[in-house]
Design a protein around this ligand. Sequence first.
Ligand SMILES: *Cc1c(COP(=O)(O)O)cnc(C)c1O
Length: 412
Amino acid sequence: MSTTVSRTAEHLALAEAVTAHNYSPLPVVVTAAEGAWVTDVDGRRYLDCLAGYSALNFGHRHPALVAAARDQLDRVTLTSRAFGNDRLGPFARDLAALAGMDLVLPMNTGAEAVETAVKVARRWGYRVKGVPDGRARIVVAAGGFHGRTTTIVGFSTDPVARDGFGPFTPGFDVVPYGDAAALRAALTPETVAVLLEPVQGEAGVVVPPPGYLAAVRAACDEAGALFVADEVQSGLGRTGATFACDLEGVTPDVYVLGKALGGGILPVSAVVARRDVLGVVTPGSHGSTFGGNPLAAAVGHAVVRLLETGEYQARARELGARLSARLSELVGSGVTAVRTRGLWAGVDVDPALMNGAEACRRLAACGVLTKDTHGSTIRLAPPLVVTEEELDWAVDRLAAVVTGQTAGSSPR
Ligand SMILES: *Cc1c(COP(=O)(O)O)cnc(C)c1O
């Protein structure tokens, strides 16, 4: 291999030359993938422990999802919502049932679904709650991540996400995450919604204190505000339950879903809520050319069917318990803290040893793909189809990296 010209270097150089630099990828160029494994252009194999930021919860090219897509490709892929299609109704019916809700508003990306929820909450505030026009406020949590539109980055607390993109949409109040008293204090008669992640993914798998989500629920009820749970990353099996809110026995008014809803095949997102909330949307007031297209609905429906079995949630629970136990052994040996929820972990690498990006480079060099966030945190989110052996193998490599013993490790 060392005698051949690296195709990796060529591809990286090309992409670097002709694409905007809004990412700084690891030096791995993937050309094929199956299940939990990817293969790069130089023939090296890696265990994918990022899983497309949880868009690949069911692994790469899950046979049932690929079959659903392939079947639909041979029928019809796009109609626009100017006409009906025979895939949207069954998908929405079963997604609403999975979520215990009434209605679905299909979109494409997670950010679009968040935008949709913001619009729905505001209109609900004016038309149902009776907030004076133009006065609606939405309470959000510091450290959260909800996407990249100008409205969304406008209420982000991450300076890198905001810098140079103003002016921003008004109407948002930021409170510290995990502090129920601060949240309660921020609610006013003009608050139409509280929007937050039940577990903050991009922040580094930040799990709020026990009882926080129930306190958010109660505060919203008292203030007559909607609880909008952004489960784009935490939802659809990752945490060991269908929704992260389930783990706290809490039901929000609105779920925002995306990422894994498209099975890692195409962007599929949705706002899922009760009829009295989503009913405020009227023809012409909101839409998307691709939202609810038959290809997306066919794949999304197949995702819902996988989740109906409960198998993936159970795997996340069982493997997550193992992951949590194994990672906690590393605390004090190159790792300063670990947070887990199901098969999802934020691992804080001791910054005195190396930063998160360096740890991820070393992990990739020994066959494990993941990505750092916020300086020194590594996020582990392998596909839920990963085996226990593969998971152990990845944790062994992580242990070697954070203790500086990676010599001799190599990709499979
Ligand atoms: C990724 C993410 C989004 C945005 O989804 P995109 O498909 O990238 O627009 C929104 N909310 C949360 C919690 C996310 O993790």
